[in-house]
Design a protein around this ligand. Sequence first.
Ligand code: SF4
Ligand code: SF4
Length: 58
Amino acid sequence: MRLLDKCRCCGACVNVCPYDILELEKIVIINGECKECGTCSIVCPVNAIQRGGADHKI
Ligand code: SF4
Ligand code: SF4
């Protein structure tokens, strides 16, 4: 998964990650730990999380 700059830090993705690997105010998608389930991408209101790409940090 990759995190785009348009993230608003609303926290929706943090609350739904079944593997609890996202943290608000320090949102990092660790590709080695992310299961690519896509749940965070579905709930994001601005489509800031998309499949593929390297690690991105807010
Ligand atoms: S794709 Fe799934 S496992 Fe990866 S960060 Fe999003 S919710 Fe968590
Ligand atoms: S749901 Fe989208 S806008 Fe909200 S914190 Fe996650 S990536 Fe950012």
